[in-house]
Design a protein around this ligand. Sequence first.
Ligand code: ATP
Ligand code: MG
Length: 290
Amino acid sequence: MSYLYTIDQNTKINLSGYSTDRIDKISKEDAAAHTSELGTDLNILQEAMYAAATHSLLIVLQAMDTGGKDGTVSHVFKYINPQGCNVTSFKEPAPDESGRDFLWRAHHAVPLKGMMQIFNRSHYEDVLVVRVHDLVPDKVWKRRYEQIEEFESLLDTDNTIILKFFLHISKGEQRERLLAREEDPDKAWKLSTNDWHERLFWDKYVDAYEDAIGKTAVKHAPWYIVPANDKWYRNHAIAEKLVSVLKHYKPEWETSLKELGERNKKELAVLRARDPRLAKEAECEKERKG
Ligand code: ATP
Ligand code: MG
């Protein structure tokens, strides 16, 4: 069963061929209940990943404005121990970023072993907004697909699991979300005149996304196109994908943990053999518990 579209090889993408509406009949109630079960699984998997510290996880979230990146962060990742997860938001580059190569700030933020890292926007902005608004010459952004592929391939060989999600909303859904921000006082803080301005470039963004996804999708760094008009469906689809990918690593993480546990026990036995006070303390405690 698949709730989203997987693109894991270079291919020509036509986004109009991918639904923005849900592609599975799951009801809202069932999805909500299942998302919370998946959240428990995710929590367990994250703990195993953290403890084993052999892999890291990089999650890339990209979408048109109002596409739901923030909502995904708060709803899907709320199940996870905050100590094991970081979020980096990629805004317009600050001087210390724009003065360096475009991958510098992304590389600077990649996860440590055992950690999850969410990129809220990412290095892909350098072939999206940058292309749409001609911020660099064509020949510069055109080279970047290959540079991104090489960067992600380097991370992969260093045991970083890479999952890239494009939250796919329709232009009509974006209009509704933008208008809702104007009408709802609780959402007004998110209102951005820039979002209305960027909407004028919708078709150019579609072209840029089609190339970004199609030219950088590979087995070790796939793109997932998520039908995202329904927020609850989007959350469920992403949670389901995360769990289904991470659970394959669990046996490996458990083996590492067992080995770690055994090594720790051996070290402790050596320490107790060296210092009788420590051995005695452990014995007394055992006796006390009977
Ligand atoms: P939200 O609006 O939900 O808070 P956001 O990700 O849209 O989140 P904003 O501060 O509204 O955050 O926008 C960040 C802006 O920075 C976006 O318009 C994005 O395209 C832009 N940006 C990101 N990376 C680059 C880049 N490399 N070059 C130019 N602009 C960039
Ligand atoms: Mg914004």
